[in-house]
Each structure stands twice: as structure tokens, then as C-alpha cells.
Design a protein around this ligand. Structure first.
Ligand code: ATP
Ligand code: MG
Length: 426
């Protein structure tokens, strides 16, 4: 039909054949976060527009051109969240969670940005956000990096990503740097693009963040922020690199890494890959102590990061581990009324005996041949076969679908033992 309604550009369905991979990654993410003692927080998808303007900053790509902002029926300006840091902090301030307390939090869900859709860049995308509050020591900056490193290993993509690290110093240090940076860019004004000229006085550090290849050289020769850092900022940075060196986690110091957002201080980092073209940043974060005051709280400390799930999954697409994520392990073929009854009951017994095993039964009949086709298509490793013959002898046919082990006939009890050893040997 020509007039079927379609999804909004840049907003994608995750179809059943893809959800096992999502669930597989989500489970590992949860397990890793739990192993560091992080708690989940669940936040609204819509917030007051003002929240994002105040936290992200007016002169950013996000606030200038990417937000989905609308008026609700009361005339209030609301925005679909483009990121989670602002909402998470809003919630913690609103509920008084930051009074003399320390928090390690995470959230997971869709974010919305009106960008040009392309591979790895969507208008609705899923982020894992991790935020910590109340800790000033560099140990917590390092902990977040260790957590990510562990996550990459568990997901099987450690060799595909590398860590880029920088320090932005304090606001005071950055102000001095900023002045020198503006002077430098003014001397090279002709090499700047339109966006950068506009930002020269509103937010010159962002010019370093440009994706315009024509500006590569002028950015490469700009003064480096690292040279403007004071003793405390340098010590903080040094503590992190010492921990990473100790634990054998490689990193590149990238003095051009400034991140898109205003609120960072001291540590900033990104995990990048070469495998996703220009959408190569999988995860990004840093310290943003200043934001809490900016949103009306008392001076405090915050470090966090956000990871894009679509980019992460794109890196995992061809991995062996994905075998574990398939939806069906065992498919039960039932031919004839008696077999349907016995099989249904036996399937329940198997599920009781082997929690976790993914067992799917055939429904709506069909010949052995057509049911075998469905078994094959399900991706299962084994088919359990029940026809009149098997039922009359209280037996089950067990057939390997993936390798040529052939078929055997077992009692119900032996079938369960067989499936148990299959399940534990995976
Ligand atoms: P980029 O430089 O790629 O635009 P960003 O600096 O805007 O990224 P952040 O706001 O730091 O990104 O978001 C953290 C992560 O969320 C990114 O590293 C990326 O993995 C993911 N992400 C951001 N925007 C998108 C998008 N439009 N589509 C898919 N993933 C995204
Ligand atoms: Mg962006």
C-alpha cells in the first residue's frame, strides 16, 4: 500500500532478530555496573527546555540546532532529552540526594537529537549514562575508565577501541588559555569556517572540536591547554595516568580533546574506534564539577560518561559471542494430537529442570518435514522430536541441527540429562 505510515527518519525499530544482541549487551552492561556498586536511576524522557539550555549551554550544536522542542498544551516549552546528564542531576537536586552523600548512578534509554541521519548517527538513539556525585579524587575518574575497560573486554571488543585522554583544567585556567586561543585564531581568521568565526567569542574551545577537515591544520597548530594547567589540575591528571599505567590500560593523551559541552573541568576522555568511519566515538565523558552549581546546587563534584548503544552494537555485529545471544537453543517438533499433549507437558518439565535454556515448541501442527524446516530456521542447536511412535514408547528423538551428529532416541529422563550437559558445556 502506497500510503502506509512509516517511522520517523532517523528513528529505528529494533526487530526481533536484533533484540537478542541488544539483550546480550544490556545484561553484560548491568553485570559490570553491579560489580562496581552502581545503582540505576530512571528518569523522564521529557524535561523543561530551560534545563538543557542552562546545563548544555546556549552556544552548542545540541541547543542551537539539535533539540526536539515543543510547546505542550499549557504553553510550556518542553524538550525531548538530547542527553541524560542534565536530567539526572536535576532529579538528584530535586530529591536532595546530594547533601553530603556520594552516588554512583546509571541510566539507560533513548535520547533525541535532530541531526542528519547516517550510519552511527540517528535522531533517536540509546545511551547508557553513568554519573557519579560527591567525589573529588582522581580515583573515581579512573574507576569509570576501568569500568569501561572491563566492559569492552566482557563484550569482546577490547581490541577495537582505544582511550583518548585530556585535562581541561579549572575554569580559571581555561579562561587564560581561552584568551590566548582567541588571539591565535584571530591571527588565522581566514582559515576558519563560518561556524568557527561565530564561536570565536562565544565559545572558542569548541573550534578545537570541529569536524571540518579543512581546519585540521589551523587547529593542530593552536596553543595547547595542557601548558596552562596549574599544579592541582596536573596532579589530578597524573594520578589517573599512574593508575592506568599500573593496571596496563593504554591511552593516548589528546590535547585537542575538549568535548562538545561547556560544563567539563579537569578530566575528559573518549573511547574511539577506527571501524565506524567518522562516527568513531563510542563513549565519552569526564569531570563536570561546575554543573551542579550552574543548576542551583551547592558546590560539589561530578564525573560521568555516556555511551552510544548503536555504535557499540555495530562493533559487536560480527563477533562469535553473538552465538550466545540467539533466541532459541532447542526446538521441539510435535506431530499428532498425543505428541502435542505429551510434548507441551515435557517442555514445561525441561524448563523447570534447566532454567535459562531457551526452548521453543512447534505450534499449529504440520508434517515432520515442515516442522523440521521451522526447527532449522529457529537457529536451535537441537531438535526434540515427538510423534506417535515416540509417544507410544515414552521416548524422545534428539537430533543435532548444526553439526552432523545424527539422531538418537532417549527416554525423557536421559533427554533431560543430555540437555543439561549441552547447556552447561556451552
Ligand atoms: P559526536 O561527536 O559523534 O556527535 P557527541 O559529542 O555529540 O558525539 P555525546 O553527546 O558525548 O556525543 O554522546 C555520547 C555518545 O552518544 C557518543 O559518543 C555516541 O556514541 C552517542 N551519540 C551521540 N549522538 C548520537 C547520535 N545522533 N546517534 C547515535 N549515537 C549518538
Ligand atoms: Mg554530536
Amino acid at each position: 500500500m502506497a500510503n502506509n505510515i512509516q517511522a520517523i527518519r532517523g528513528m529505528h525499530d529494533v526487530l526481533p532478530e536484533q533484540t537478542p544482541l541488544w539483550q546480550y549487551a544490556e545484561k553484560i552492561i548491568r553485570d559490570v555496573l553491579n560489580s562496581y556498586g552502581y545503582s540505576e536511576i530512571r528518569l523522564p524522557i521529557v524535561e523543561k527546555t530551560e534545563l538543557f539550555k542552562r546545563s548544555i549551554g546556549e552556544v552548542t550544536d545540541i541547543v542551537e540546532k539539535e533539540m526536539y522542542t515543543f510547546e505542550d498544551r499549557n504553553g510550556d516549552s518542553l524538550t525531548l532529552r538530547p542527553e541524560g546528564t542534565a536530567g539526572c542531576l536535576r532529579a538528584c537536586l530535586e530529591h536532595g540526594l546530594l547533601h553530603g552523600q556520594v552516588h554512583r548512578l546509571w541510566y539507560y534509554g533513548p535520547m533525541y537529537r535532530h541531526e542528519r541521519p547516517q550510519k552511527g548517527r540517528y535522531r533517536q538513539f540509546i545511551q547508557l549514562g553513568v554519573e557519579t556525585y560527591g567525589m573529588s579524587g582522581a580515583d573515581i575518574d579512573a574507576e569509570l575508565i576501568l569500568l569501561m575497560d572491563r566492559l569492552w573486554k566482557k563484550l569482546g571488543i577490547r581490541n577495537k577501541v582505544r582511550l583518548q585522554l585530556n585535562s581541561l583544567g579549572t575554569i580559571a585556567e581555561r579562561l587564560v588559555y581561552r584568551e590566548n586561543l582567541v588571539n591565535y585564531f584571530q591571527e588565522h581568521l581566514t582559515q576558519l569556517d563560518e561556524d568557527s568565526v561565530r564561536r570565536l567569542h562565544t565559545n572558542p574551545l569548541r573550534i578545537l572540536d570541529t569536524k571540518n577537515p579543512a581546519m585540521k591544520e589551523v587547529v593542530a597548530n593552536a596553543p595547547e591547554l595542557m601548558a596552562y594547567l596549574g599544579a592541582d589540575s596536573l596532579r589530578h591528571f597524573k594520578t589517573i595516568t599512574t593508575i592506568l599505567d599500573d593496571l596496563g590500560i593504554a591511552y593516548d593523551i589528546n590535547t585537542r580533546l575538549v568535548r562538545g559541552l561547556d560544563y567539563y573541568s579537569k578530566t575528559v576522555f573518549e573511547w574511539v574506534t577506527d571501524e565506524l568511519g567518522s562516527q568513531g566515538t563510542v563513549c565519552a565523558g569526564g569531570r563536570y564539577d561546575g554543573l551542579i552549581e550552574q543548576l542551583g546546587g551547592k558546590p560539589n563534584h561530578a564525573v560521568g560518561f555516556a555511551m552510544g548503544m548503536e555504535r557499540l552494537l555495530a562493533l559487536m555485529e560480527n563477533l562469535d559471542t553473538i552465538k550466545l545471544a540467539k533466541p532459541v537453543d532447542i526446538y521441539m517438533i510435535r506431530v499428532g494430537e498425543a505428541a502435542e499433549q505429551v510434548g507441551l507437558r515435557f517442555a514445561e518439565t525441561i524448563r523447570n529442570e534447566i532454567p535459562g535454556l531457551k526452548l521453543q515448541i512447534s505450534v499449529d501442527g504440520g508434517s515432520f518435514k515442515s516442522q523440521f524446516k521451522k526447527a532449522d530456521k529457529s537457529g536451535a542447536d537441537y531438535a526434540l522430536i515427538l510423534g506417535d511412535d515416540e509417544v507410544s514408547r515414552s521416548e524422545i528423538g534428539v537430533k543435532a541441527l548444526r553439526d552432523g551428529q545424527g539422531q538418537q532416541t532417549l527416554s525423557q529422563q536421559d533427554t533431560i540429562a543430555f540437555l543439561q550437559s549441552y547447556w552447561f558445556a556451552r
